[in-house]
Design a protein around this ligand. Structure first.
Ligand code: ADP
Ligand code: MG
Length: 372
């Protein structure tokens, strides 16, 4: 059941060819009813423009937007059955919470009893029923954010659009509101399109995540799928924190498969990567191997059956940062101090800066990319 369709949508800003900016290029996404879809990508990649085209605040240069099977491309924002929640929640300071939440219904001339019912229900849902008589200045940032959500919910839209709604909150509150948004979405169950530059927010909130770069869709899928199977180096480097390590390799064919050969290491390749190598015949000299810090372990604290002999990497420890649950290491190649990468190893690892370390890679967690 598709709720919103973005069909071949392109947005070009600027009138003259010389100052044209292609903000969004040929975007195609079907958003399912009830889905929480997150657009993520660096600043300027076209997230806000995409959302504003769904909202009707921006007209696509090419392509169509469909909501509830209806082509709404030329429609006014008010005719689209959407509600938008922005970064600055823009509550009216002189109105109470109840008045703020009633406002969108009042200007649409809803009857008083209907307004009362909807506001009470939304306040219940958001657990702000005891705040209804307060003014915004008497609320915490998180409570204000909930009132802003409440003001969207009372309109009973078929789609919620949210543009970085948590980015004005401090780090701790942001994480807390993230969990609350998850919970609220489960209760409300409405289609939500959410924009953020924060990959952790995208991972934790999205049923599916759209990774955008430079106006173009890089990959779409459930967060865990993107983390496990990034299609290119951009997605691999953007999803996951700390970011994936990238090391240049060439591929050597063996009797029983392939080996990735780097300047100071050799990795036997897992079978699914072998398949990719078969497809890349001819470009085997300039590939990039990607391995996440959390998929590298300190070999000295592993049992023998926990690692494969042919996938170890000898490095030099530069910085050790204990995190409690694990240790975060910055290491360099033994032969080239400029080749730095990171590893997240077990807390039992007792390496010190300046010491050599053998790192073992989890075989099925090795990625290969043929893009820059
Ligand atoms: P994001 O939300 O991912 O940071 P935006 O969608 O705001 O990115 O912007 C995408 C690109 O389009 C950027 O290069 C931005 O400068 C440009 N852009 C956005 N809005 C306008 C506009 N009204 N006029 C001209 N260029 C714009
Ligand atoms: Mg933006």
């Amino acid at each position: 059941d598709i709720n919103v369709q973005i069909e071949g949508v392109t947005k070009v800003f600027g009138d003259q060819e010389s100052d044209e900016i292609v903000a969004v290029e040929d975007l195609n996404i079907d958003i399912r009813r009830g889905e929480f879809l997150v657009f993520v990508g660096p600043s300027g990649c076209g997230k806000t423009t995409s959302l504003r085209m769904v909202a009707g605040l921006e007209t696509p240069t090419e392509g169509r937007i469909r909501i509830e099977d209806e082509d709404v491309t030329g429609y006014d924002p008010r005719e689209r059955g959407i509600a938008m929640v922005f970064q600055n929640y823009a509550l009216y300071p002189h109105m109470t919470v109840a008045e703020n939440m009633s406002f969108p219904l009042r200007i649409r001339n809803y009857p008083d009893d209907e307004i009362e019912t909807r506001v009470t229900e939304a306040a219940d849902l958001l657990e702000i029923d005891d705040l209804l008589d307060r003014k915004p200045s008497q609320l915490s940032g998180g409570q204000q954010q909930r009132v802003a959500l409440g003001r969207a919910i009372v309109r009973e839209p078929s789609v919620f659009l949210m543009d970085e709604p948590l980015s004005n909150l401090d780090a701790k509150l942001r994480v807390q509101m993230r969990t609350e948004l998850n919970e609220i979405h489960q209760r409300v169950g409405k289609t939500t399109i959410y924009v953020t530059h924060d990959q952790a927010e995208a991972m934790t909130l999205g049923d599916r995540v759209v990774v955008l770069n430079d106006g173009k869709l890089q990959q779409i899928g459930p967060p865990q799928y993107l983390y496990d199977n990034p299609v290119n180096r951009f997605v691999a480097g953007f999803i996951g924190e700390p970011p994936m390590n990238f090391l240049p390799v060439s591929i050597r064919k063996e009797d029983d498969g392939y080996t990735a050969v780097g300047e100071f290491f050799e990795f036997g390749l897992p079978t699914d990567v072998e398949r990719a190598v078969d497809e890349w015949d001819g470009s085997l000299d300039s590939l990039t191997l990607g391995v996440r810090p959390e998929d590298l372990s300190d070999l000295s604290v592993l049992d023998e059956d926990e690692y494969t002999e042919n996938s170890t990497l000898d490095a030099q420890v530069k910085v050790v940062e204990p995190m409690g649950s694990d240790k975060f290491l910055t290491v360099t190649s033994k032969t080239d101090e400029d080749t730095e990468f990171s590893a997240r190893v077990a807390p039992e690892s007792s390496v010190e800066p300046g010491e050599p370390i053998s790192l073992s890679a989890t075989l099925d967690k090795i990625h290969l990319f043929d893009d820059e």
